[in-house]
Ligand binder design. Structure first.
Ligand code: PMP
Length: 391
């Protein structure tokens, strides 16, 4: 067999790609163990049946052939209208490419921003796929650490120190895994560094409907930023449509034209019946989006209330997204060791902070993704486990 490309051989950067504990939990579950899973960002509800009915109707009506590569004009219009409402700037269909999920959008955005060997900045802690996505696009990931003492908000001096020679900066607010929602000060600092270093900003806004404190601020709406920003969005989190693989990239129309070219030569578009279902999902408006988000707000509060009644673990209350990061350093365990032992002793699965970069070491990420009663049970076991480590 010939050698695999160096790009793929090195995709995960060597070692565990951060998903090891999750795969172990899934294997135990498949073997029948009653694992309580607070791992990946997936709703405990399925996609709304009305959206699925539309998918079915569209497929039976014949929308099963090749769809327009950039996306249907109706869906591009609907995404553009939603972005315009959020940002106050005017988007049109030509500013939007429909992609098979946000993940494909992140890859394509890095392809647009970076040539092979270019440095792509990302904020650490980061969503576990980011470094591999950047490497897959041929660029070199350079993490910029954020710190619990700053609420995991990027600091201008650290951004500046890392930005020299870089081509792009990937940001994510509301943030997975930390739940940080970037303040106006943080966004302003990012904009100043992007301007000074002539960076593309790739703004991953897939959690835009999950903001518990403050409001979502689209990065592209900051003064002067539209022309250097590629915004990645998705219906996965906002509409409980993770398996439908439906997302977008939005940005200047000439960049989108190049990205359509890339789509023609890679994905060749997204199934038409899925796009029709996405169109219906968007047409149901902000109230339907708030209904999907509400359980995460509630469980965040359940967890923060329970946290206040114990002394061992700490958290920075997340301002958004469907996770809470718990600081487990007082137990003397790493996030990884805490997670492995918690799974063995309590049959509760979480994600170790280390899966999201070195800045999240000593933390665990709890996904708010079980129905409330099971969620209470899982966090009760988690706190009992933590207390035992202190004895
Ligand atoms: N960005 C972030 C921060 C995520 O957490 C996820 C999924 N967990 C994605 C992008 C990708 O989402 P999707 O491809 O399902 O749209």
């Amino acid at each position: 067999m010939p050698d695999i490309s160096a790009t793929l051989a090195g995709l995960t950067g060597g070692g565990d790609d951060g998903w090891g504990l999750f795969y172990r939990a899934r294997a135990l579950k498949a073997a029948g163990a009653p694992i309580l899973e607070l791992t990946i960002g997936e709703h405990d509800i399925g996609t709304d049946p009305e959206i699925l009915d539309e998918m079915h109707r569209a497929a039976l009506a014949g929308h099963t052939g090749y769809a327009a590569v950039p996306g249907t004009s109706a869906l591009r219009d609907a995404v553009a209208a939603r972005l315009s409402r959020q940002s106050g700037i005017t988007y049109g269909a030509a500013n939007v490419l429909i992609t098979p999920g946000g993940q494909a959008g992140l890859f394509a955005a890095h392809k647009a921003a970076c040539d092979p060997g270019d440095i792509a900045l990302l904020i650490d802690p980061y969503y576990a796929t980011y470094p591999g996505t950047i490497r897959g696009a041929g660029a070199l990931p350079r993490p910029v650490a954020t710190h619990p003492d700053h609420g995991f908000q990027p600091q201008e001096a650290e951004l500046r120190a890392a930005a020299s020679g870089a081509r792009s900066l990937l940001i994510n607010s509301p943030n997975n895994p930390t739940g940080a929602v970037y303040t106006d000060d943080t966004l302003g600092a990012i904009a100043r560094v992007a301007e000074a270093e002539d960076l593309w900003v790739i703004s991953d806004e897939v959690y835009d409907t999950q903001v518990w404190d403050g409001a979502h601020r689209p990065f592209a709406a900051l003064p002067g930023m539209f022309d250097r920003t590629l915004t990645v969005g998705s219906l996965s989190k906002s509409h409980a449509m993770t398996g439908s693989r439906l997302g977008w990239i939005a940005g200047p129309d000439d960049v989108i034209a190049h990205l359509i070219n890339l789509a023609t030569h890679t994905t060749y578009g997204v199934p038409g019946f899925i796009q029709d279902a996405g169109l219906l999902a968007l047409s149901r408006g902000a109230e339907a989006e708030a209904r999907v988000a509400e359980p995460f707000r509630r469980r965040r509060d359940i967890l923060l209330d329970a946290l206040a009644k114990q002394q061992h673990l700490r958290a920075i209350p997340p301002a958004g997204a469907m996770y809470v990061m718990l600081d487990v350093r007082a137990t003397g365990l790493s996030g990884q060791a805490f997670g492995e032992a918690l799974l063995d002793e309590e049959q509760v699965a979480i994600m170790p902070g280390e899966s999201f970069g070195s800045a999240a070491a000593g933390h665990i990420r709890v996904a708010l993704t079980l129905p409330d009663d099971l969620f209470r049970e899982a966090i009760g076991r988690l706190f009992a486990f933590a207390a035992r480590q202190m004895a």
